[in-house]
Design a protein around this ligand. Structure first.
Ligand code: PMP
Length: 383
């Protein structure tokens, strides 16, 4: 049998495993930050209509520039954030992962450095690797926020070409203050200009933006051509299977990613489906409100049980602390042992490898009850 390492694969990919959470068949799956609500029936019907229309033209390539869709996304951003957004400043792709990949293809690459603050979304580092961009893992504080002074010093020393700021951050749920983003942005520009470069790209990954207690960071892009906001329809729109991500930035950034995007990357079927979903924004944002209050309930109940819980602005919650060697540990177990014990109770959560912590996605009220019951049962079994 041929193994990957027998192939003439790039050296940096040797011995590596692909990204992915275990897809186990368990009654309660709260491990991948999906929206638990299926799309409403009226929307499913609208998708069927729009896709049927698109199907009649599938002999042709799709609208390469996805103009109708980008216009609808711009309207969505304008309406929900209050920040006037133009079509020319919006770009769409197959999931925000593809958006991030296109950004690194255009602004990263061999000989360039990308910086993120870990623990964070691990695909940032993996997309960097896939695009030949060097990766630097910057630190977070004990409360998982970004220490502005430490971050500034690191940026001044390393002068990254690309800086990722994930807000709300996956897997911790932590939102980043606008002042922090601006401080990192300014430090990154200064460090780059000092070295004779034209600046550095700062990418705000706001995949979970709609779930935040705080307003979107979108208005920060005004007058800052090197600041980009990345969003997705996978979470708030409950459409992870659709694969639709987008960015908002200065139109010049949109022109730049067009240099690396594959022609016709966004199928007519995808464009039609996303347009249908955007017509039902208000219903879908109603589910977001329910999920936000469930998220707040999970935080409160886990704290009442005695867990250490990180404040969350996302549709998931980081909880712990599990360390058999720490006297103040919630349970005398490792995070992975707690993950396993919850699985035995039929609940799948995520072990992201953050020491002593696990992450649970907010599901339906019944799923969240099942999760909280399972935590209580595991606590009782291990008292
Ligand atoms: N950014 C963050 C922070 C995420 O957690 C995810 C999905 N887990 C993504 C981007 C990518 O999502 P998608 O490609 O589905 O838009």
């Amino acid at each position: 049998m041929t193994r990957i390492d027998d192939l003439p694969i790039r050296d940096e990919l040797r011995g590596k495993s692909p990204y992915g959470a275990p897809q186990l068949d368990v009654p309660v799956r709260l491990n991948t930050n999906e929206n638990p609500y299926p799309l409403p029936e009226a929307l499913v019907e609208r998708i069927t209509e729009r896709v049927a229309h698109a199907a009649r033209g599938l002999n042709r390539y799709p609208d390469r520039d996805a103009l109708e869709l980008r216009t609808a996304l711009a309207e969505y951003l304008t309406r929900t954030t209050g920040h006037r957004t133009e079509t020319a400043g919006v770009w769409a792709a197959n999931g925000s992962n593809e958006i991030l990949q296109q950004l690194l293809q255009a602004f990263g690459g061999p000989g360039r450095l990308a910086l993120g603050f870990e623990p964070s979304y691990s695909m940032h580092a993996l997309i960097a690797r896939g695009t030949g961009t060097d990766w630097l893992a910057g630190p977070r504080g004990a409360d998982f926020t970004i220490d502005v002074d430490a971050a500034r010093a690191l940026i001044a020393e390393q002068a990254p070409d690309v800086v990722f700021v994930c807000s709300p951050n996956n897997p911790t749920g932590t939102a980043v203050a606008a002042e922090t983003v601006l401080a990192l942005h300014d430090a990154a520009q200064r460090a780059a200009l000092d070295r004779g470069r034209r600046g550095a790209l700062v990418v705000i990954d706001e995949a979970y933006g709609e779930f935040s207690h705080r307003p979107s960071l979108l208005p920060l892009i005004d007058g800052r051509p090197n600041l980009v906001l990345s969003r997705t329809m996978s979470k708030a729109f409950g459409a992870a299977g659709l694969r639709l991500g987008y960015l908002a930035a200065d139109p010049a950034v949109v022109d730049a990613v067009q240099l690396v995007r594959l022609p016709y990357h966004l199928s007519s079927v995808t464009q039609a489906t996303a347009l249908a979903a955007l017509e039902h924004t208000d219903t879908l944002l109603g589910y977001v409100e329910q999920l936000k209050s469930e998220r707040d309930r999970i935080v409160a109940e886990l704290r009442a049980i005695g867990c250490e819980v990180t404040d969350s602005d996302a549709n998931f919650v980081q909880f712990g602390r599990f360390d058999p060697d720490a006297p103040d540990s919630t349970l005398p177990l490792t995070a992975n042992a707690v993950w396993q014990a919850l699985l035995e109770h039929g609940v799948l959560v995520r072990d992201n490898g953050v020491p002593g912590r696990l992450r649970v996605t907010a599901g339906t009220p019944a799923e969240n009850d099942a999760f909280l019951d399972a935590v209580r049962a595991v606590m009782k079994e291990n008292k």
